[in-house]
Design a protein around this ligand. Sequence first.
Ligand SMILES: Nc1ncnc2c1ncn2[C@@H]1O[C@H](COP(=O)(O)OP(=O)(O)OP(=O)(O)O)[C@@H](O)[C@H]1O
Ligand SMILES: [Mg+2]
Length: 174
Amino acid sequence: MLGSNKLPSLAMTNIHEVLERVCSLVEAESQGGITLVRDYDPSLPDVLIDREQMIQAVLNIVRNAMQAISGQNELRLGRISLRSRAMRQFTIGHTRHRLVARIEIIDNGPGIPAELQDTLFYPMVSGRPDGTGLGLAITQNIISQHQGLIECDSHPGHTTFSIFLPLEQGATSS
Ligand SMILES: Nc1ncnc2c1ncn2[C@@H]1O[C@H](COP(=O)(O)OP(=O)(O)OP(=O)(O)O)[C@@H](O)[C@H]1O
Ligand SMILES: [Mg+2]
């Protein structure tokens, strides 16, 4: 139901290409009005992903951040950081991975309303009058199709979405 029915077309991809594509889309949408801060680990290995789907997944998060900021403040006071790091020994579900990529999207907007925090990733949960509430449900669906994990931590002035993606094949089940 959520997202496309196409089979993912996986290719080894530099995740920073995905983040840069999202940045350019959001910069166009905000007419350069928002500050995007890149904090990348250039040594991060490529990930096996569907590039278009991953752009969609990250774009939904960054767009939400932009909408939250612009609902509160002048856009130019808003700041969205995109961070990438490698992490060792990380368990997703029942699988322990030797190496994962952690992508964080951090904004300085108002934070996620408390009443939404537990159901944020469910379809049809929205805090915006014109929101469909599908954005984060689609994002979570895409991340889990990539054997990844998404988490959120939010308080006023500081909201972080973290995406974890396996970087190596042949992980051991625990
Ligand atoms: N960075 C954020 N800061 C504050 N609130 C957020 C943030 N990200 C998400 N939210 C809240 O979570 C809700 C759900 O987001 P989601 O993307 O799933 O749906 P939507 O944005 O309302 O609709 P759609 O994405 O389909 O247009 C948002 O309406 C908003 O209230
Ligand atoms: Mg949204």
